[in-house]
Design a protein around this ligand. Structure first.
Ligand code: ATP
Length: 328
């Protein structure tokens, strides 16, 4: 068996009649980042919970740092770091106390705990707030402290469950820098995210999940070129022209145009937006459709998801996942 730090095969997990995990395979090579990308309810957290021994799979197998997640759960736990949506931060302790306490749980000794806390406070840009209680921290500071807490034991394998959800753009970029530096130093990271941009910036490999299944995997570039290109958002002067506009530009796109008839917006996937625009405008003109504006943008997670599943994450997440109890 190869010695990839994170490996899993055919993982299944069911909660009642909800199939949270329906046969997932994963491999994360050492010193790389794998992003599990998907909407709410896709099964990302369940995957992290299984790999970090918090939840047992119904079937399938997983090994983390060479240890089986079910039979050698204690060894897995001793090797990994986990930072997640539920911040492991004690509100009534200061930033420094939070980290020193964890150092002592790792039996680092008082002096080494203090030193490790200082290093991490510095790395996470929290040195100035080290003596404030965590309840006075902003959301971004709490996330950074939570991540610092997961790093006290210098784990070679790190799990990050939606590490930047709820952060402002600046906080998000700061956290990405920290994560990238950890990976440059050899840490293996599995993270979950709903943000395409986050996966794009951080991940060597992206696994896109939907309803407990892998629906696509590859590098960010591979995903984008398979499902991406540009998007031309055509804003119509008269929303009732939506169907006519979509028909007029249908042959110019790399895929089907999406129509929001209420808003009067037709979104067309194209390879190169700037190159496609003149023909799009000509065709609309020919169909006597008036534009009030045009927006050229890169695909969003929604666009990629839409291309893969034919519907938007909003309407497909938990609502569609309930399968009859007797199935499987
Ligand atoms: P989010 O981005 O919202 O965290 P997710 O992709 O991490 O979503 P999971 O939390 O893994 O998704 O959930 C997958 C499915 O399993 C969801 O339908 C969820 O409601 C269900 N589920 C997860 N944990 C439990 C549980 N303990 N009991 C019952 N159902 C659960």
């Amino acid at each position: 068996m190869s010695d990839e730090p994170i490996q899993a095969g055919d993982l299944h997990k069911r909660y009642g009649n909800v199939e949270a995990m329906a046969g997932i395979d994963l491999t994360v090579p050492a010193g790389t980042v794998l992003a599990l990308l998907g909407p709410n309810g896709a099964g990302k957290t369940t995957a992290v919970h299984i790999l970090t021994t918090l939840v047992r799979p119904d079937s399938g197998w997983a090994r983390v740092a060479g240890h089986d997640v079910v039979r050698e759960a204690a060894s897995v736990r001793a090797t990994i770091g986990l930072a997640g949506q539920l911040a492991a931060v004690d509100d009534f302790l200061t930033g420094r106390e939070n980290l020193e306490q964890i150092g002592q749980l790792y039996h680092l000794g008082r002096r080494a705990s203090r030193q490790r806390a200082s290093e991490l406070l510095e790395t996470m840009d929290l040195a100035d707030a080290a003596h404030r209680t965590a309840r006075t921290f902003s959301g971004g500071m709490r996330r950074r402290l939570d991540l610092a807490a997961s790093l006290v034991g210098r784990p070679p394998v790190l799990f990050l469950d939606e590490p930047t959800t709820g952060l402002d753009p600046q906080g998000r970029i700061a956290l990405w820098d920290v994560i990238r530096r950890l990976v440059d130093d050899g840490t293996t990271v599995l993270l979950t995210t709903q943000y395409l941009e986050e996966a794009d910036r951080l991940a060597d490999q992206i696994v896109m999940m939907h309803l407990g299944r892998v629906i696509s995997r590859g590098t960010a570039d591979e995903l984008k070129s398979a499902y991406g290109g540009d998007r031309l958002e055509l804003r119509l002067a008269d929303p009732s022209d939506s169907a006519r506009a979509a028909g007029a530009v249908a042959t110019l796109g790399t895929g089907q145009a999406q129509t929001d008839a209420d808003a009067g917006v037709v979104t067309l996937p194209v390879d190169d937006g700037a190159a496609a625009l003149p023909a799009v405008v000509r065709h609309l003109d020919g169909a006597q459709v008036k534009l009030s504006g045009v927006l050229l943008r890169r695909p969003s997670l929604d666009d990629v998801f839409l291309a893969l599943t034919g519907s938007s994450p909003d309407t497909t997440a938990d609502a569609k996942r309930h399968v009859p109890a007797e199935a499987g």
